[in-house]
Ligand binder design. Structure first.
Ligand SMILES: *[C@@H]1O[C@H](CO)[C@@H](O)[C@H](O)[C@H]1NC(C)=O
Ligand SMILES: *[C@@H]1O[C@H](CO)[C@@H](O)[C@H](O)[C@H]1NC(C)=O
Ligand SMILES: *[C@@H]1O[C@H](CO)[C@@H](O)[C@H](O)[C@H]1NC(C)=O
Ligand SMILES: *[C@@H]1O[C@H](CO)[C@@H](O)[C@H](O)[C@H]1NC(C)=O
Length: 456
């Protein structure tokens, strides 16, 4: 079977002024690849894990502790890819075409030479074959120059050759590395060491300033390597207003308690996509704008025989994307319900379709927005999840823009993407045992407080 690579290119950089963070970058972090079926290599104990997640710029950061003694790094949590990678090496991390990543140094980098438990992955490992997206498991060792005889006898223990891994817009180049990963139990004081966790040690990237932890379903992903692929995880992303505040985070829960049934969480089935089996897809049935129904095309509800369609749930993409034709209708229905003056200047500056000068004196003057997924699951979004203030108020008016975008190329791959911005203050449950995704709108800051993750 031939491999098929296709990269989704949409949502490039843009910046807007926002009171506490100067720049918001577009993230698209999902990678396509055919992969051998994921299997947990080392079933982990049944204890649940809980790791703090917080907002930073246009995504959500996860703390990774790698090595002996542990080195701490902050990386983006991405449900749209599998690989975990960290900037690696001494001071040499290079990010090509990164606008402003001076502040990102504080995210930390990994020094293999300072860890006593670090090793390079070898060419005949399952992970090495996976990252090289080969369906011939001998390829990586052949690349290292071993003789066939030694490859067949399993005697070619050369290092896994360097790889590149491609995201929506970005590329990273690195080497597969293994080291101890330290994780936390539901009780933060309980830690557990996972030996030989496999990740990318990356010295240079194109447009990827910050490391990433992959939460997809492929063999390399963190839930997969830790043996949680048949359980699940859940997160509750804080409001964007807490972005860049290190003092507040919410728990990312991995294990049984993440998926334990609760009445308030509504579940929609995950769609099966044999072509992109690592991704999480749901079916979108309708959109409601100020109570008016907007029918959506069939391609958003199900994956067709070519493997295209469905709505990707992706924490590594910032804004929700809709197919172009639907997006145009979405803007016109939304626009027809709003009487505030348009701010064409901000639309031009930000690239968003609808910006308004909203009088500061009125509250709740913008139409409600709900998504209905398969199984009559209705997710009503808090207003700040779609209309966001782009600049401080001038006293009378505040400019708010609709932060939803059209898919740049909707002819293949997912038909739409549910991005992290629209997941603020929504608990999202990835139930992998029952192959369903649950949503529950709630105030995630309260969860931070109840877990002692808001430190004054
Ligand atoms: C990185 O720094 C450590 C300690 O400063 C040093 O021992 C090591 O040789 C350096 N490695 C490289 C690749 O420069
Ligand atoms: C779908 O859910 C809504 C409430 O969210 C309810 O009013 C409606 O009757 C449900 N429809 C079906 C077909 O179950
Ligand atoms: C705020 O902006 C609006 C629209 O541009 C303008 O009409 C109004 O006079 C401004 N108010 C102040 C206090 O500057
Ligand atoms: C964050 O916490 C530290 C102490 O832990 C405190 O000094 C600081 O004021 C807090 N910052 C914010 C913005 O709450």
């Amino acid at each position: 079977m031939m491999l098929d690579y296709s990269f989704f290119l949409f949502l490039l950089f843009f910046s807007f002024t926002q009171p506490c963070n100067g720049l918001v970058l577009g993230l698209t972090h999902y990678k396509d690849s055919h992969e051998p079926m994921a299997r947990p290599l080392r079933p982990f104990s049944t204890t649940d894990l809980s790791e703090p997640v917080r907002g930073y710029r246009d995504g959500y950061l996860f703390s990774l502790s790698l090595g002996t003694p542990p080195q701490l790094m902050q990386v983006y949590m991405d449900t749209g890819s599998d690989l975990t990678w960290v900037p690696c090496g001494n001071l040499s991390f290079e990010c090509i075409n990164c606008k402003d990543n001076r502040g990102d140094r504080v995210m930390g980098s990994f020094s293999p030479s300072l860890s006593s438990s670090c090793s390079r992955d070898v060419c005949d490992s399952h992970f090495c074959v996976t990252i090289h997206s080969s369906d011939d498991s001998y390829d990586p060792c052949a690349m290292t120059g071993c003789f066939l005889g030694s490859i067949l006898r399993g005697m070619c223990s050369r290092p896994c050759p360097p790889f590149t891994y491609t995201y929506g817009d970005g590329i990273v180049l690195g080497t597969l590395t293994r080291d101890t990963l330290m994780v936390h139990g539901s009780d933060q004081s309980v830690t557990k060491d996972v030996p030989d966790f496999c990740f990318g040690c990356v010295a240079s990237t194109y447009m990827e300033p910050i490391g990433i932890v992959g939460f997809g379903k492929g063999a390399l992903s963190l839930p997969s390597q830790l043996g949680f692929l048949h359980k699940g995880f859940s997160h509750c992303f804080l409001s964007f207003k807490f972005s860049n505040k290190p003092n507040i985070s919410t728990p990312l829960i991995i294990g049984d308690s993440a998926i334990a049934s609760r009445e308030e969480v509504q579940f929609t089935p995950m769609l099966k996509c044999p072509m992109y089996p690592s991704f999480y897809y749901v079916g979108l049935e309708a959109i409601f704008i100020g109570g008016e129904i907007l029918e959506v095309p069939q391609i958003l509800r199900e994956i067709n025989s070519q493997g295209n369609g469905g709505m990707l749930v992706d924490s590594g993409t910032t804004y929700t994307h809709l197919p172009q034709a639907l997006f145009t209708k979405f803007l016109s229905v939304m626009g027809s319900k709003i009487t505030h003056p348009r701010s064409v200047e901000h639309e031009r500056k930000t690239g968003f379709g609808l910006c308004y000068q909203v009088p500061t004196a009125v509250t709740e003057s913008l139409p409600s927005l709900s998504f209905r997924f398969v199984n009559n699951v209705t997710l009503t979004l808090p207003e700040e999840n779609y209309f966001y203030a782009m600049a401080p108020s001038n006293g009378t008016y505040i400019v708010k823009c609709l932060l939803v975008q059209g898919m740049e190329d909707d002819s293949y791959g997912p038909a739409g993407v549910l991005g992290s911005f629209q997941q603020q203050n929504v608990e999202v449950v990835y139930d992998l045992s029952d192959e369903r995704i649950g949503f529950h709108a709630r105030d995630c800051a309260l969860l931070a407080i109840s877990h002692g993750l808001y430190k004054k």
